[in-house]
Design a protein around this ligand. Structure first.
Ligand code: BGC
Length: 731
């Protein structure tokens, strides 16, 4: 990557010139003046109409600046895995530029699976350089909604089921991006945990679960990364849309957490002026569309925060202070990004970006099964390797909704295998899913499907190794916005196909792409299984490096894979708990989301949270805990006891003292990943847990509280693989 001084040089010269020209007189143009002074000064020079114009879209993805004063507009784009293709100014149609091909980075679920904060930093740095180069000020992402159901069509854009992991893993990403002068727009605040009825569903959740589970990753990001913008979600909470929910946005976010950024609506998420004015919304985007596809003839001035708001101000029905507060938040965002002298120039499709993409992929892939150590592949043992499955060739960066990307170059799994194993590789598609575009579901032609299957089974007979590459894709009804998955099963006949292939050839390895867990009735029949999330432009390279052993797998699950769908905690409560009845959904499992349920209620998962295999083994020393400056510091030695170099992720799960209040048997409160350890090499990990992270939310006091007594700190390789523990008493 370019050095920081070169990256920002051009902008710096321009700003210095402006600053000299306007020294003293126009504080808002002086990049060296304190931010709040720039905001105040700019605001004092603006007319009511100019202030109003800051608060709503002027095109699909921009909001206005103040041209008269030289205040720049805000350019936004999706997010979060790369810069979205340029769209026409006023429509959802591609602008058909030829210079907007970019790097697709792995999905955020994959990033979460690395449990590597350093990689998150590298990801945020690289992706924001691409945004800066494309002239963007706000990156619409990342997202930290909790993976409450494995059917959520957008789970691939989020960071798993645990608020601590999601919050921790996304902080370095945001810090790096904002250091480059690109604002992140953290999504979707809050409770946007399903895509079914996303525009209209009202979420009923206990105050405790709201704070401990659903708000918590957002709170961590506000506190630790000071994210500059946040996107309100479409759904409702307590009967009010989250894009202008006073209790949520003014009460919790702005006053409670002292957040000074700008709240951006989701596209089409604003529904009335009075609530938008008083409910904490600062920038209204995408109104009068369905958030993705439909157009309207309404002008941008007619937005809820446009003319109707201006009229309320003029008639004296809303005080100017309300408008000033919103305009200040937007100005702050402009000075932090578009008019930030430290904003980098950035770069697009640099080799350094592809490197980050590949590394995140390699560390995010999770090895779930490896019978008789069939992996890493010893290619000398096999004469004919048959690759089966659509995802071996299909671009998984297309589709999925707003996170769709137009890439310059992608390496598919098939290409990467051919590069490694040459003529030994043969390919059969095996099934097809149709190449659907957004929200049009293809019909599968049964004859075509049967012919593809027959071809694969025929070829399987003469192969001595099968690598099946399938899973979910970005079609509507799979991993795609605005709709949840229709089934927990893999679609398009894949379950039957895998089972039949494995009957013919016992050396069958399964590689699954997807943002969610799924049923695997064929698991006992196959030798190995790797779960790959979505790996972006370097998908094939990252996968081949792991399968061939060039890279030792080190990813671990950020989400529980249940034995069966019915084991997920909300399922027993019926449709009221998911997907809701009459647009009301009740989170009846309360705080017992994901592994909190599996560990507390003794339900055995198929693959637990935090689980992932390696090509080597690790031994844990006895953990010790000390108190330092009010924090707990857990030290544990991890030693590579196997034959190849690798990395291990140690996790700390806390068990609180019993008080009668329901508590999860285990809650993740710390983790660390080792550096690459050679055989016999050790590293002592030191993991700090601030005392306040042990608090629970007390619904009587409407505040966080800390229980006195003895806490057990379980140190493990997954939530179910505890290697040692220490205790600490708080009084
Ligand atoms: C999505 C957002 C996205 C926006 C703009 C909405 O439909 O929910 O995540 O940023 O569209 O594309």
């Amino acid at each position: 990557m370019m050095t920081r001084s070169i990256k920002k040089a051009g902008l710096m010269v321009a700003f210095m010139a402006l600053a000299t020209m306007n020294a003293g007189a126009q504080t808002y143009l002086n990049p060296n003046a304190p931010l709040e002074e720039r905001v105040k000064d700019a605001l004092s020079r603006m007319t009511t109409h100019e202030k109003i114009k800051l608060l709503h879209a002027q095109s699909k993805f921009t909001s206005a600046g103040v041209p008269r004063l030289g205040i720049r507009q805000l350019n936004m784009d999706d997010g979060p895995h790369g810069v979205r293709e340029e769209l026409e100014w006023n429509t959802w149609n591609p602008a058909r530029w030829t210079n907007d091909y970019i790097v697709a980075f792995p999905s955020l679920t994959c990033l979460a699976s690395t449990w590597n904060r350093g990689l998150s930093l590298a990801y945020g740095d690289a992706v924001s350089e691409e945004f800066a180069f494309r002239g963007k000020d706000i990156m619409l992402g990342p997202g930290v909604n909790i993976q409450r159901t494995p059917l959520n069509g957008r789970a691939f854009e989020y960071m798993g089921e645990d608020p601590y992991l999601a919050g921790e893993m996304v902080v370095p990403y945001i810090q790096a991006a904002q250091r480059n002068g690109v604002a992140c727009c953290l999504k979707h605040f809050v409770l946007n945990d399903q895509e079914t009825d996303r525009f209209a569903v009202n979420v009923n959740v206990s105050e405790r679960a709201m704070h401990e589970i659903y708000l918590e990753p957002f709170r961590r990001v506000v506190e630790k990364a000071h994210v500059w913008t946040i996107m309100g979600s479409y759904n409702l909470w307590n009967g009010v849309h989250c894009c202008h929910n006073d209790a949520l946005l003014n009460g919790i976010l702005k006053k409670g957490w002292n957040w000074d950024g700008a709240l951006v609506s989701d596209w089409g998420g604003t529904t009335n002026t009075w609530e938008a004015v008083h409910g904490g919304l600062d920038i209204e985007m995408g109104t009068y569309t369905d958030g993705k596809t439909k157009e309207s003839n309404f002008g941008y001035d007619q937005y809820y925060l446009g003319n109707p708001f201006e009229q309320l101000i003029e008639e004296g029905k809303v005080p100017m202070s309300v408008l000033d507060e919103k305009a200040s938040r937007v100005l702050r965002t402009i000075f932090r990004t578009a008019m930030n002298p430290n904003k980098v120039i950035g770069s697009q499709c640099s080799e350094a970006h592809y490197d980050v993409c590949r590394q995140v992929g390699e560390e995010g892939i999770v090895l779930l099964k490896n019978e008789k150590n069939i992996l890493p592949l010893d290619a000398s043992k096999y004469q004919k390797i048959l690759v089966v499955g659509e995802n071996a060739t299909r671009s998984l960066t297309q589709g999925g909704g707003s996170s769709e990307l137009k890439t310059l170059r992608d390496v598919s799994p098939l290409e990467a295998f051919q590069g490694l194993y040459g003529d030994k590789i043969d390919y059969a598609q095996g099934y097809y899913s149709g190449r659907t575009i957004y929200d049009q579901v293809d019909r599968i032609d049964p004859e075509k499907q049967a012919a593809l299957k027959a071809e694969a089974l025929q070829k399987a007979k003469s192969a001595d190794l099968i690598i099946f590459v399938g899973g979910l894709n970005k079609n509507h009804g799979q991993d795609c916005e605005n709709g949840d998955r229709e089934s927990y099963n893999l679609s398009f006949g894949q379950n039957e196909l895998i089972a039949e292939l494995a009957k013919i050839q016992k050396n069958t390895i399964v590689v699954i792409f997807g943002g969610n867990p799924y049923a695997m009735p064929w698991l006992n029949q196959v030798k190995a299984l790797t779960h790959c999330w979505y790996l972006g432009s370097e998908a094939g390279t990252a996968l081949a490096n792991v399968l061939s052993g060039k890279v030792c797998p080190s990813g671990k699950l950020p989400v529980t894979f249940a034995q069966k769908y019915e084991d997920y905690p909300y399922v027993k409560f019926g449709a009221e708990a998911y997907p809701g009845v009459n647009k009301q959904v009740y989170y009846k499992e309360d705080i017992f989301v994901g592994y909190r349920h599996f560990t507390t209620n003794n339900v055995k998962p198929l693959f637990p949270f935090g689980y992932g295999l390696s090509y080597t083994t690790f031994a844990y020393g006895k953990p010790t805990v000390t108190q330092e400056n009010g924090n707990m510091v857990v030290s544990v030695q991890v030693t590579n006891t196997g034959k190849v170099a690798g990395k291990e992720i140690a996790q700390i799960y806390v068990n609180a003292p019993k008080t009668g209040l329901p508590r999860a048997a285990r809650e993740l409160k710390g983790f660390a990943k080792t550096r690459t350890l050679r055989p016999n090499e050790s590293e002592t990990l030191r993991i700090t847990i601030p005392k306040e992270d042990l608090r629970y939310y007390d619904e009587t006091a409407h505040d966080w509280a800390l229980t006195k007594g003895t806490y057990t700190l379980h140190v493990g390789a997954s939530v179910n693989d505890i290697r040692g523990h220490a205790t600490i008493t708080l009084d």
